[in-house]
Design a protein around this ligand. Structure first.
Ligand code: IPE
Ligand code: IPE
Ligand code: MG
Length: 250
């Protein structure tokens, strides 16, 4: 089993993002209802967050609820929102004890009132924590995020605040929900699915992708460490040749 001591601290990714998938299939395997899988999935969240902080990651982003997930049966959505409210309440103390700051990305205004209140209150309480930033993607759609960025850029151009010829990659980046967060070097998806499901499309332009068959409720910090050791064995070339990279690292 991979321990955090096996990991080279000099080449740690700053930011790891995870698509937490497979709760429903995990529950089905135990002949339980889907929401049971979501409940057990909270344990995986806790362990992964602690492991990430212990390792020294600066940012951990967890995809918890997509805009498309609003199309699920109402019963499941209600149960997920209740779980979210309770988890945020229960975990605030652990976040404070571990010096972890909470942030959220997504169309948060779509969340139920109570959920949004708790979320904002924990974001405020943890705002000065500095060990790691935990980013929750909630009611998140990457395509909507880019569309909103374009909208606000156009508005600035119309109001004379910005010249259209000055628009570049940084302009777009600066108008995304993640404007104050570096792009993830590593993206993990659990459950064996190999797709992105509308997550951080712009931000993962050069991320390393890691897919594992483990269903989210079974995921633990050791699995995160394993993904990171796998990442550390890769050569990130960013369009250059291997020889150039070797020379740069010599
Ligand atoms: C991930 O597990 C959690 C959410 C998307 C909220 P799923 O609920 O998608 O589980 P599967 O993919 O159906 O097994
Ligand atoms: C992606 O998982 C969203 C989250 C993990 C929150 P889904 O289970 O909703 O994705 P698809 O529908 O299989 O692509
Ligand atoms: Mg799924």
């Amino acid at each position: 089993m991979t321990q955090h001591t096996d990991i080279n601290k000099d080449t740690l990714p700053k930011h790891v993002a995870i698509i937490m998938d497979g709760n429903g299939r995990w529950a089905k395997k135990q002949s339980k209802i889907r929401i049971f899988g979501h409940k057990v999935g909270v344990k995986a969240v806790r362990d992964t967050v602690e492991g990430a902080a212990e390792l020294g990651l600066e940012y951990l982003t967890l995809y918890a609820f997509s805009s498309e997930n609003w199309n699920r049966p109402k019963k499941e959505i209600d149960a997920l929102m209740e779980l979210l409210v309770n988890t945020i309440l229960d975990e605030t103390k652990t976040l404070m004890d571990n010096n972890i700051r909470l942030q959220a990305i997504g169309n948060l205004e779509d969340l139920p009132e109570k959920c949004l209140q708790n979320l904002n209150s924990t974001i405020e309480k943890t705002a000065n924590n500095s060990r790691m930033t935990l980013v929750l993607a909630l009611s998140y759609s990457s395509k909507k995020e880019v569309a909103q960025a374009v909208k606000s850029i156009v508005k600035k151009v119309q109001e004379g605040e910005l010249k259209s010829e000055d628009i570049n990659e940084d302009t777009i980046q600066n108008h995304l929900f993640t404007h104050n967060i570096p792009d993830p070097e590593l993206l993990i998806r659990t459950s064996g699915e190999q797709r992105i499901s509308n997550f951080l499309l712009w931000q993962i332009a050069y991320s390393e992708l890691y897919f594992t068959k483990i269903l989210w409720p079974d995921f633990r910090r050791e699995n995160l460490f394993e993904a990171i050791t796998n990442y550390q064995k890769r050569e990130r070339r960013f369009g250059k040749t291997s020889e150039q990279i070797e020379k740069e690292n010599a």
